[in-house]
Design a protein around this ligand. Structure first.
Ligand SMILES: Nc1ncnc2c1ncn2[C@@H]1O[C@H](COP(=O)(O)OP(=O)(O)OP(=O)(O)O)[C@@H](O)[C@H]1O
Ligand SMILES: [Mg+2]
Length: 227
């Protein structure tokens, strides 16, 4: 496997138990994603997009195949190493923002860095810069439930970048937003990506959003098709 690629998947299979049988969601995925590229994967609801992204981000295990991300064989890593991998390399933007309601906007960004061994001072500076970047400086002491859906998703984007990860993995980042907020959130994500040029993988069922991809794939019946 080559160093040119940030992500390499070979023969990746993943199924879930479903009553008496098993549901085969990913049936042999092969994929190479270059460092610093933008990849968009589309697919119908239930096609396995979130499952695939969770595997790339070290959040879910595989049945068989190979998964190498940022030079690490995460398909075969123990949980302890996987959590280190996630902290070092992964900025995840979830389908539902997953901000912590008990924490302010600032604390939601500071916390992942503290877990990563950065000092509070460093993290507060980094959080403030990112919060400003997504236009929410005046909301930095608010709690997530005091924000609109679009604002929450902007915080989630800022949080994904706060640890300076190698990869940004975005799962339907605008799934719950109206058209205007979708545009604002995607513009912000694109702008920050252009400034920082990380490897981006976004999954979505929204054909419109797929335009931002340099590489475009469709996930259908458990396999990827290049579009
Ligand atoms: N932990 C789980 N246990 C059992 N089945 C699961 C689990 N996670 C996902 N599935 C099933 O796997 C399939 C793929 O799910 P996944 O969430 O990856 O789809 P998706 O493409 O992200 O869909 P959506 O666009 O609705 O988010 C679905 O049929 C789902 O029910
Ligand atoms: Mg999903």
């Amino acid at each position: 496997m080559s160093d040119h690629y940030c992500i390499t998947l070979r023969g990746l299979k993943k199924s879930f138990p479903s009553g008496e049988t098993t549901l085969e969601v990913l049936k042999g995925i092969d994929l190479d994603i270059s460092w610093g590229s933008y990849t968009v994967i589309t697919g119908a609801s239930g096609s396995g997009k979130s499952t695939l992204l969770h595997i790339i981000g070290g959040l879910d295990r595989i049945d068989s195949g190979q998964v190498v991300c940022c030079g690490e064989p995460i398909g075969s890593m123990a949980e302890r190493q996987l959590s280190r991998f996630r902290r070092e390399h992964v900025g995840f933007i979830f389908q539902n923002h997953y901000l912590i309601d008990d924490l302010t906007v600032t604390e939601n960004l500071v916390l992942p860095g503290l877990m990563n061994g950065y000092s509070r001072k460093e993290m507060e500076a980094s959080a403030a810069a990112l919060i400003e970047r997504v236009g929410l400086s005046e909301r930095r002491d608010h709690h997530p439930q005091q924000l609109s859906g679009g604002e929450r998703q902007r915080v989630a984007i800022a949080r994904a970048f706060v640890n300076n990860p190698s990869m940004i993995l975005a799962d339907e980042p605008t799934g719950n937003l109206d058209e205007d907020n979708t545009r604002i959130v995607m513009e912000m994500l694109t702008e920050i990506m252009n400034e920082q040029r990380k490897t981006l993988v976004m999954v979505t069922h929204d054909q419109e959003l797929s335009r931002m991809g340099e590489q475009l794939y469709q996930l259908k019946e458990g396999v990827l098709h290049r579009l």
